[in-house]
Design a protein around this ligand. Structure first.
Ligand code: SF4
Length: 300
């Protein structure tokens, strides 16, 4: 059985599996820990394992590797590349910095390591508001998600400039205002919780806006029994496990990130067996990208 073989390999090689909330249910079930980007980064730092199998997308595995230079970080499928992270290039960042020399740069963790080297601080959706508020400058270059930038702008008098201008996560950006109206009509007593990567019209009509870890917390703590969840559908598996008896409805059944679904049990087994593909970054990028990540961990 594949499950048993994976468990045996994990023990033999002192490896752990970290999985993002959007992973396939069977991948979440075999992981030592399931969480959002911030939680996974912290877990990666705490582990005493020699090998981390990172079931997520490229930038997450890179972050784990940057924070753990002495560990081997493996990504089961190298094609699991976040399309939003790809939207922010070094050229775009350099041009924005040149245009706004007094601004500080806050980048969403959903960026490639080579972009992170330009950041003053990294943030996640769970701490973006707090991080921006803690910065010294009154103007912040914020990228790559303009919907998250909108969410942050509502809580601060600082000027937030989205970089690039129209960056977005395709899986969240496609959730339409009409989806929200329909969900409210179909589930009139359910609380609607959406991710800040959703478009402003959806954010503005939701009951709560939260990161995936925030969503789990809200659903567990509230006495309500029905929730409409506006994020990638993979989170529903975790919600159903951690808040049994409650009912969860996806705000959009098409909010599926294909890249997040790339790691499979077969690929995890192969990665453990052969100890590849390994995340490899240049020492210079590792060092420069580590500083803004560590600053985030200190501030949040
Ligand atoms: S859900 Fe969006 S931000 Fe997350 S990996 Fe997929 S495309 Fe990137």
């Amino acid at each position: 059985m594949r499950h048993e073989r994976i468990e045996r390999l994990k023990r033999k090689k002192n490896a752990i599996i970290l999985a993002h909330n959007y992973q396939r249910p069977e991948v979440q079930d075999i992981a030592e820990f399931v969480g959002d980007s911030l939680e996974l980064a912290r877990r990666a730092m705490e582990t005493t394992a020699d090998i981390i199998i990172f079931c997520g997308v490229d930038f997450m595995a890179e972050t784990a590797a940057i924070l753990n230079p002495d560990k081997k970080v493996l990504i089961p499928d190298v094609c699991a590349i976040c399309p939003m992270a790809q939207q922010l290039t070094q050229e775009i960042l350099r041009a924005a910095k040149q245009e706004h020399p007094d601004a500080e740069v806050v980048l969403y963790v959903n960026t490639r390591a080579e972009s992170k080297v330009y950041a003053d601080c990294i943030c996640t959706s769970a701490n973006a508001r707090e991080i921006v508020q803690a910065m010294n400058a009154s103007t912040i270059l914020f990228g790559p998600d303009r919907n998250l930038a909108y969410y942050v702008q509502k809580s601060t008098s600082k000027k937030i400039i989205p970089v690039p201008e129209h960056g977005n996560c395709p899986s969240h950006h496609q959730i339409a205002f009409e989806d929200l109206l329909q969900a409210k009509a179909e589930h009139p007593t359910a609380k609607v919780i959406v991710h800040p990567e959703c478009i402003p019209e959806v954010q503005d009509r939701a009951d709560y806006i939260a990161s995936t870890s925030g969503m789990v917390k809200i659903c567990k703590e509230l006495e309500d029994e029905e929730f409409v969840i506006g994020t990638e559908v993979g989170l529903l598996h975790r919600l159903e496990k951690e808040a049994p008896g409650k009912r969860f409805y996806p705000l959009s059944t098409t909010a599926i990130c294909p890249q997040m679904k790339m790691p499979t049990l077969a690929k995890i087994e192969a990665a453990l067996e052969h100890e590849e593909p390994e995340v490899v970054l240049s020492p210079e990028v590792m060092e420069k990208a580590r500083k803004p990540i560590e600053r985030m961990l200190e501030l949040s």
